[in-house]
Design a protein around this ligand. Structure first.
Ligand code: NAI
Length: 455
C-alpha cells in the first residue's frame, strides 16, 4: 500500500486549501471528497447565495432607480434564470479547484472516506473498498444544517415543504409566503433575497434580536431596514411545530401560527463527526465537534482538524486559515489562528460586517472600552450612492492602550472594507498610528478615519 504523507478528509475550504498548501510544502497529499470540491461554501453556501443576492441587488437598484434619476420600466427578475446562473458560477469555480489541486500535485479521490485505525507507519483510511495510508491526517469534514426534533419539522424537510440551505438554493419557484426559522446569517441572507424577489417573508427568532452576536445597534438598524421593506420579524418566539401550511409558535404566552407555502430552517449547523471513524484512533469529540487548539491539533499526535468540524467559528475564511495553520504546524512552522480578529459579514443589502469586540461583549467581559458610532453620512460617496441610507460604523477602543478592539459596520461595501479594520484589530493598532493612514477619497472606508479623529 502506498504511504502518503497526508490524507485530508473533505474538500471544502479547509480541506482543499490545506491540501494545496501541503503539496506546495512537498507533502505527498491525498484528498477525499464524497460530494463536490468546494464543500458547503461553494456548492450550497457562500457562493450560491452571493450569486442570488447579486441578482437581487441589481433588481433592487432597478426598483430604486427613479430615486437616482434613472428609470428601468418593467424591470423583472426571473428566479429560475438566477438559479441557473448560480449553477454555472458554481460549476466554473468547482472546476477551478479541481484544476488547482491537480496542478499542485494533490491526488483527489471522489469518495467518502472513513478512518479505520493506525499501525506503526501511520493512519489507515478506507473508501469504496480500498484502503489508504498516511503518516498524518487532517479532518475537514465540515458541517450540516441542524434540524432539531421540533414536531413536524423533520417530516416537512423530508416532504420538501421545509428546506435547509441546501434545498432552498435549488428551488426554482418563488414562494408566496416564506417563513424563516432562525434570524441568523443564513436566515437573513435568504430573507433578503426572497423579500427582494417578491415573497412575503416572516422571520421567527427565539432571541430578542436578530443576527446573533452582531453588535446590537447594528442588528437593530438591519432589522429596521428589512421591516421597512416588509419583512416581518417575530422575536422571542418559540417554534412549537411545523404543519403542512405553516409554522406554529408561542409568543408572549400565546400560541400562534405563521402561514407559509415554504419554510426555511436556519437555526445553526452541526459539525460532521459521525461515521468517519474518529473513535478508531481516539480523537476527542465534545458536543459533536472535534476538539482542537489554536494550532488546529487534536488530542492525537499526527491528527489535525480544520473548518466547521471543530465547531468554533463556522466561516469559510476561518476554515481557510485553519487549514493553513494545520499544514504549517505539520511541517514545523509554528502557527496559530487568532480567532478574535476574524471578520464576519452578512451579505444583506445593506451589508453588515464586523470584527472583534462588540458593545455587548466589552460589558460582559468588563473591559474598559470606549465606543463610538459614526454615521456613514460623513462619507460623500456613501451619501452619493445611498438615498436615505442609515448606515453607521462603530469603533470600540481599549481605553488604556488606545487601540482598536472592534469595528462594526452597516452599509454597502462594508464586506470589502472590513478586512482593513481586521488588520488594525489584529495588529492592535493605536489610534494615533491609524490617524497617520491615508484613506482614499471619496470612499466609504474614510468613515473609519473620521471616527478615529473623533476619539
Ligand atoms: P446562526 O447560528 O447564524 O443563526 C441561527 C439563529 O437561529 C440564531 O439567531 C438562533 O437564536 C436561532 N434559533 C435557534 N433555534 C431556534 C428555534 N428553535 N426557533 C427560532 N430560532 C432559533 O445559524 P445559520 O443562520 O443557520 O448559519 C449557520 C452557519 O453558517 C453560521 O455559523 C454562519 O456563520 C454560517 N454562514 C455564514 C455566512 C456568512 O459568512 N455570510 C452566510 C451563511 C452562513
Amino acid at each position: 500500500m502506498e504511504l502518503y504523507d497526508l490524507i485530508v478528509l473533505g474538500g471544502g475550504p479547509a480541506g482543499y486549501n490545506a491540501a494545496e498548501r501541503a503539496a506546495e510544502e512537498g507533502l505527498k497529499t491525498l484528498l477525499f471528497e464524497g460530494r463536490a470540491l468546494g464543500g458547503v461554501c461553494l456548492n450550497e453556501g457562500c457562493i450560491p447565495t452571493k450569486t442570488l443576492l447579486y441578482s437581487a441587488k441589481i433588481y433592487d437598484y432597478a426598483k430604486h432607480g427613479p430615486e437616482y434619476g434613472v428609470s428601468f420600466d418593467g424591470a423583472k427578475i426571473d428566479h429560475k434564470a438566477v438559479v441557473e446562473r448560480k449553477g454555472r458560477v458554481v460549476k466554473m469555480l468547482v472546476g477551478g479547484i479541481g484544476a488547482t489541486l491537480k496542478k499542485a500535485g494533490v491526488t483527489v479521490v471522489s469518495e467518502n472516506a472513513k478512518i479505520t485505525g493506525r499501525d506503526g507507519e501511520g493512519f489507515t483510511v478506507a473508501a469504496a473498498g480500498t484502503e489508504y495510508k498516511a503518516k498524518k491526517l487532517l479532518v475537514c469534514t465540515g458541517s450540516t444544517a441542524a434540524v432539531p426534533p421540533i414536531p413536524g419539522l423533520r417530516e416537512s424537510v423530508a416532504s420538501g415543504f421545509a428546506k435547509t440551505n441546501r434545498e432552498i438554493l435549488e428551488m426554482t419557484t418563488v414562494p408566496k409566503k416564506l417563513v424563516v426559522i432562525g434570524g441568523g446569517v443564513i436566515g437573513l441572507e435568504m430573507a433578503s433575497y426572497f423579500n427582494s424577489i417578491g415573497s412575503k417573508v416572516t422571520v421567527i427568532e427565539m432571541l430578542d434580536h436578530i443576527a446573533g452576536p452582531t453588535d446590537r445597534e447594528i442588528s437593530s438598524i438591519l432589522q429596521k431596514n428589512y421591516m421597512k421593506r416588509g419583512v416581518e420579524f417575530l422575536l422571542q418566539a418559540k417554534v412549537t411545530s411545523v404543519e403542512k401550511d405553516g409554522v406554529c409558535f408561542e409568543k408572549d404566552g400565546k400560541a400562534q401560527k405563521a402561514e407559509a407555502d415554504c419554510v426555511l430552517v436556519s437555526i445553526g449547523r452541526r459539525a460532521m463527526t459521525a461515521d468517519i471513524g474518529l473513535e478508531t484512533i481516539g480523537v476527542k469529540v465534545e458536543r459533536g465537534a472535534i476538539v482542537t487548539n489554536e494550532r488546529c491539533e487534536t488530542n492525537i499526535a499526527g491528527v489535525w482538524a480544520a473548518g466547521d468540524v471543530n465547531g468554533k467559528l463556522m466561516l469559510a475564511h476561518t476554515a481557510y486559515r485553519e487549514g493553513e495553520v494545520a499544514v504549517n504546524n505539520m511541517v514545523g512552522k509554528r502557527d496559530e489562528v487568532h480567532y478574535e480578529s476574524i471578520p464576519s459579514v452578512i451579505y444583506t443589502n445593506p451589508e453588515v460586517a464586523s470584527v472583534g469586540e462588540t458593545s455587548e461583549s466589552v460589558k460582559e467581559k468588563g473591559l474598559d472600552a470606549k465606543t463610538l458610532s459614526v454615521t456613514l453620512k460623513y462619507s460623500g460617496r456613501y451619501v452619493a450612492e445611498n438615498e436615505g441610507g442609515d448606515g453607521i460604523v462603530k469603533l470600540i477602543i481599549d481605553k488604556e492602550h488606545r487601540y482598536l478592539i472592534g469595528v462594526h459596520m452597516i452599509g454597502n461595501y462594508a464586506s470589502e472594507i472590513i478586512y482593513g479594520a481586521a488588520m488594525m484589530v489584529e495588529k492592535k493598532m493605536r489610534v494615533d498610528n491609524i490617524k497617520k493612514f491615508v484613506f482614499p477619497h471619496p470612499s466609504v472606508c474614510e468613515v473609519i478615519r473620521e471616527g478615529i479623529f473623533q476619539i
